[in-house]
Design a protein around this ligand. Structure first.
Ligand code: URA
Length: 238
């Protein structure tokens, strides 16, 4: 199977496709001894690809889904010594977080050293839908559902269209699933505040097709590259 050189280099762990394209533009990349161009293809089984004087080969990336518990920070290090999402995984791989959650939010966090995948999941232009279970104080009526779905003005920024699925509506407490393809800082808390529904609890139940399933808070599951690429509808190299 032949693949584009930028995709191949990203699979070798050299960074996102954009970053590896800069190596090609800087004439640092060769294929079988010839300078690579941006639109070249390589055959991973037979071609020799070099960056500088080093032969590069596809890397075995690691992928973990964690159900982040409350009180855990979505950073790789914490200056106050709080538990981080990385404390739940034993590995030497340099994992990064695809889509952070607030300290008091629970739910799906994807940890991986595959920079290209992180870019794909987190860039809003790729429209990866994240679904949250939201618990609020008060009644979620039709007007509020319409606002959440059509866009809430957060003071200068109007949120993109979203989808609401009602789970339970009560006078003093409502529960709903909110699906959105963007992730501004504290976005859901701000949206709830704006429509006068005091926020109680938030859980991310899915990132695209990657859902929590039966994973309990604090539990982590390792996934294969082929599984992850299937979930996100991406073409795998091997
Ligand atoms: N929106 C929020 O307000 N907080 C999160 O953790 C995620 C989305």
């Amino acid at each position: 199977m032949r693949v584009r050189i930028n995709k191949y280099l990203a699979t070798c762990g050299l960074g996102s496709r954009r970053r590896v394209e800069s190596y090609i533009n800087q004439k640092k990349v060769s294929i079988n001894g010839k300078l690579a161009r941006l639109y070249d293809y390589v055959c991973p089984e037979t071609d020799t690809v070099m960056v500088g004087k080093k032969i590069v080969k596809p890397k075995k990336f690691e992928y973990y889904i964690l159900n982040k518990p409350k009180g855990v920070v979505s950073t790789t290090k914490d200056e106050f010594g709080r538990k981080t999402v990385l404390d739940f995984v034993k590995t030497k791989a340099k994992l990064k977080i695809a889509g952070r959650l607030d300290i008091d939010t629970t739910g799906v966090v994807l940890l991986t050293d595959d920079a290209d995948l992180i870019t794909k999941i987190t860039q809003s232009k790729n429209n990866i839908v994240k679904t949250y279970r939201v618990v609020v104080a008060g009644r979620l009526d039709q007007d509020k559902i319409k606002l959440l779905e059509q866009g809430v003005n957060l003071g200068g920024y109007v949120t993109k269209p979203a989808n609401v699925e009602v789970v339970e509506i009560g006078k003093n407490r409502s529960v709903f699933n909110l699906s959105l393809s963007e992730g501004k800082y504290h976005q859901i808390k701000k949206m709830c505040e704006r429509i006068k529904l005091p926020f109680i609890e938030l859980t991310r139940i899915a990132i695209g097709g990657l859902s929590l399933g039966s994973l309990m808070p604090g539990q982590v599951k390792k996934l294969k590259r082929s599984e992850i690429y299937k979930i996100f509808n991406l073409k795998n190299l091997s």
